[in-house]
Design a protein around this ligand. Structure first.
Ligand code: ADP
Ligand code: MG
Ligand code: MG
Length: 885
């Protein structure tokens, strides 16, 4: 099978493999696609990801077949450009670029200007008529190749350049002339010999294969691995290699390089957006060495910046670029993120991909594009990442709160964050692990900082534009970021930063506003998010497409209210034990637990009844007209007991017995394995009076609310940890008995249901028996995961990370449901339960109810609803819609 595909020139793309993103990587496939729709793309070829995987697995050398294919494809470039690699008179130069299936910003390294050596540099100077350009390109090549392919310390080269500038009395690279670059090349070559004991490779074929090998190897670099782990990218995808004819943005003032988005990736505004630099090459724009300039006149004026925009400086090339934007958007029907170069006035496209965007921008673009007729509603719903909504649901800075502004940078990624200043990624990770909110403050970030950026609440950098590494990665992660804060300096030895005229120590708290670029001292208060507008529109479309209902897990009126605002259609899990911990009743709870006999327990329960009734009353008022699933007491009783001696004494005083007696009773409640101990319905079966009190509180409150408001809630009483039919039969009878009694006393009948959680493997297996007693099943997948895998959720932290790293689990099974194992039990429970009782209502109430991948699974097995924590409700609504599309 062919492993090398050409693009550009007269290359043909009719082989289906030649358009396959999985095979050619995103960059290669899109270069071919751009060429095929007639955009100006320098010719090149792509070596497949398949070849990379083979290379990494077999660790073998490149095959003769591959060498022959590459030689043929190189011929395609040479023929199209009319130059030959290594030709001393008129040399072809190429770039060697990595490109995985999904973009991994900055993870893989690119080598530019490959093909230069001591002879071809002379030819390049002659054919270009620009000596300075030729030697500048050669020194760039040696520096990049030495870093990426030879693995030499790039600091050595940077230092040599700094010294060269100093010696010549220059401030900027642009002041270096051909003579100075030539001299620097000699020094660079000397560094290479000193460092590796061998001269810089002069054979252009060795250069090419060395670079190809380096791209393949970079797939397994540390930073690529970290990025993959954070983004759930499989290790066995591999990367493609793209070899492409060079075009030069560094051929003087009529040349340039830049990056652009077809819409604003921060706000979603339909405005061209980007940065460019005249007389520059490749990474200069994103590396933050020179400050890039605005693309459009309007953006420059809005920022009251002086250096001319590309629109003003190169109107013709810019005009062409605008046309390309239009072509790309109507072809891809989505916002594109592109890289381009202008060589002596001629525009070349070097990359396009679907642009990363903030959640706010994703919403706006999706809604706008439906309005423009570019996409339909279903596409819009499918396009917004449910997890990204999280960014929008959280608070932003209170505009009326006083701000002590220290300085300002670029609004690189929106959202607000407060935290302690930390100066390096490792410290950020360490302090965040201890639960501290931190802001990572750096001169600029690099791929080595990713773990720290992930751990931080926000990121602040001194250098770099809106498309710098910090900005791109922060937007992808949903972290607020302020970049290019020129008034910021860092003293790494003293561990202090200076912002404007103020000095702060590491650990002092600052606040970032990623929407304005403001940097503030201390913590600034925040306000609730706006749920109307584009958010409301998209959620409405989503609601129109989903089949499953979305409920919430909540037990306080405040949470219930918030969840209703977020669109919850009922409560899927109200955990009554949370109410038992409240200060005003924990003492009564403890008296109940420590009572010697039923009489003592009933006395204590009598005190709890009005409290519980009050709890349910408040919740029913908020949820009137909607189903409310209430789980009766679930955790082992000793969880409520005092821990400290003085608490025991206080309690003993309150009850009027000795502290020692109390401690002895508490000791009797000790369990070796409480998770599998005296909990769930086992409590209700041994101490029926507890569940009786809870059932009474539920029905009394429901009747009261119905009498008050005319709109009755629909209580669904849920019995936890059922393994057998008999357990549920006993508990159902108990609840029904209490309900009848209350209805008689109150003189009104209400609709209600009794059902169970399915959270033990036996319950799933015996679902047809259990369904005889249940009006509904709610899959408690937290416990079901624990009990199926035999892994304690509370202790799994010690090894789950390693398990995921070593590929035992693809993802943490407590975050995303284990489809194959736990999922099979859910499926079984659904099938057997429904077969017995077709009207059985089915839902899920574990943490998985808010995880998009698990929600897709719930749709697949046909659950009626998912239930998620309040902030996850919109995420679940969107994910449920996507699952149904
Ligand atoms: P990354 O994936 O890190 O963005 P790229 O392969 O896109 O790496 O290369 C980085 C930059 O190098 C590009 O944005 C472009 O400016 C420059 N570049 C790559 N190939 C060429 C080329 N053939 N001619 C000119 N510049 C190039
Ligand atoms: Mg790129
Ligand atoms: Mg449970």
């Amino acid at each position: 099978v062919k492993q090398v595909y050409t693009f550009g020139g007269d290359a043909r793309h009719d082989d289906p493999r030649a358009r396959d993103k999985l095979l050619l990587g995103g960059k290669g496939a899109n270069l071919a696609e751009m060429a095929s729709i007639g955009l100006p793309v320098p010719p090149g070829f792509t070596i497949t990801t398949e070849e990379c995987v083979k290379y990494l697995n077999e660790g073998a050398d490149f095959s003769d077949a591959l060498r022959a294919e590459v030689a043929g494809a190189l011929g395609h470039i040479e023929k199209t450009v009319g130059k030959k690699l290594g030709d001393a008179a008129d040399p072809l130069l190429v770039s060697v670029r990595s490109g995985a299936r999904v973009s991994m910003p900055g993870m893989m390294d690119t080598v530019l200007n490959l093909g230069l050596n001591d002879e071809t540099v002379v030819g390049l100077a002659r054919t270009s008529g620009d000596e300075r350009f030729a030697w500048d390109s050669y020194r760039r090549f040696i520096q990049m190749y030495s870093d990426v392919v030879l693995g030499l310390d790039h600091g050595l080269f940077e230092e040599a350049l700094e010294i060269a500038k100093e010696d010549n009395g220059f401030l900027n690279d642009v002041e270096m002339g051909s003579k100075e670059w030539h001299a620097l090349v000699d020094e660079y070559k000397a560094i290479v010999v000193a460092e590796q004991g061998e001269p810089f490779p002069q054979d252009v074929n060795d250069q090419l294969w060395g670079a190809i090998r380096a791209v393949f190897d970079s797939w397994d670099s540390e930073r690529a691995k970290i990025y993959r782990r954070l983004n759930g990218i499989p290790a066995d995808w591999g990367t493609a290699v793209n070899v492409q004819a060079m075009v030069f943005g560094n051929m003087g003032e009529t040349s340039a390089t830049g990056v652009a988005f077809t819409r604003d990736p921060s706000t979603g505004e339909k405005a061209y957006y980007g940065e460019w630099l005249a007389n520059a090459q490749g990474e200069d724009v994103v590396a933050g060495i020179r400050t890039p300039q605005y693309l459009t006149r309007k953006a420059r004026e809005d920022a009251s910046a002086k250096p001319l925009s590309m629109q003003e400086a190169m109107p013709e090339a810019y005009g062409e670029l605008e046309q390309v934007f239009g072509t790309l958007e109507s072809h891809y029907r989505d916002m594109q993120d592109i890289e381009f170069t202008v060589e002596r006035g001629k525009l070349w496209m070097l990359q396009t991909r679907t642009g990363k965007r903030t959640a706010k921008a994703a919403l706006k673009m999706a809604v706008d594009m439906v309005g423009e007729g570019l996409i339909d509603e279903a596409t819009a719903v499918a396009r917004v990442d449910p997890m990204a909504l999280d960014q929008l649901l959280h608070p932003t800075l209170d505009p009326d709160a006083p701000r002590d502004i220290l300085g300002r940078g670029l609004p690189a990624s929106p959202g607000a964050a407060s935290g302690a200043i930390v100066l390096d990624a490792d410290t950020a990770e360490k302090r965040a692990e201890l639960g501290e909110a931190v802001i990572l403050v750096r001169i600029e970030t690099s791929p080595e900082d990713i773990h720290g950026m992930h751990a931080a609440k926000g990121i602040l950098t001194a250098r770099g534009g809106m498309t710098s590494h910090a900005a791109v990665v922060a937007r992808g992660m949903g972290r607020p970021c302020v970049s290019g804060a020129s008034g910021l300096s860092i003293d790494r030895n003293a561990r202090t930063v200076r912002i404007g005229h103020r000095e702060l120590r590491e650990g002092e708290v600052i606040t970032l506003d990623g929407a304005s670029g403001d940097i503030m001292a201390g913590e600034v208060p925040t306000i609730e998010p706006e749920l109307a507008g584009d958010f409301g529109t998209l959620m409405e479309w989503a609601d129109g497409k989903r089949r499953m209902r979305v409920r919430t897990n909540a037990e306080t009126p405040a949470d219930c209210r918030m969840a209703r605002q977020f669109g919850a259609e009922g409560i899927g899990l109200c955990r009554t034990e949370h109410m038992f911990f409240d200060e005003d009743r924990i003492s009564a709870v403890r008296q109940m637990i420590l009572a010697e006999n039923e009489k003592g327990r009933r006395a204590a329960l009598a005190k709890l009844l009005p409290e519980q009734r009050g709890d349910f009353h408040a919740i029913f008022e908020v949820m009137a007209g909607l189903p409310v699933t209430i789980r009766l007491l679930d955790p082992p009783l000793h969880e409520f007991l005092p821990q400290e001696d003085e608490d025991f004494e206080e309690l003993a005083d309150a009850i009027g017995i000795g502290a020692d007696t109390l401690k002895r009773r508490a000791g009797e409640l000790h369990e070796f394995n409480p998770m599998l101990g005296h909990r769930g319905c086992r409590l209700g079966i041994t101490y029926p009076e507890i569940y009786e009190m809870q059932a009474r509180a539920i029905f009394e409150a429901a009747c009261d609310v119905a009498a008050q408001s005319g709109e009755a809630p629909i209580p669904e009483v849920m019995i936890p940890l059922v393994a057998t039919r008999r357990e549920l039969e006993l508990m159902r009878t108990l609840v029904e008995r209490v309900a009848s009694a209350v209805f008689e006393e109150k003189g009104r009948e209400l609709d209600y249901h009794v059902g169970t959680m399915i959270e033990l493997p036996r319950a799933s297996l015996m679902a047809s028996e259990i369904a005889k007693e249940a009006a509904f099943f709610s899959f408690g997948t937290n416990d079901l995961t624990q009990t199926t895998l035999g892994i304690s959720r509370d202790d799994a932290g010690r090894f789950l990370g390693t398990y995921v790293e070593k590929g035992v689990f693809a993802r943490d099974p407590f975050v995303s449901i284990d489809r194959d194992g736990v999922g099979q039990l859910v499926r079984l429970g659904v099938e057997r339960g429904r077969a017995e009782r077709p009207d059985l209502k089915l839902g899920i109430c574990g943490e998985h109810g808010g995880d998009p991948a698990s929600i897709a699974f719930c749709e697949e097995v046909g659950l009626d609803y998912v239930s998620a924590s309040p902030y996850r409700v919109p995420i679940a609504r969107l994910a449920a819609a996507q699952a149904a599309l």
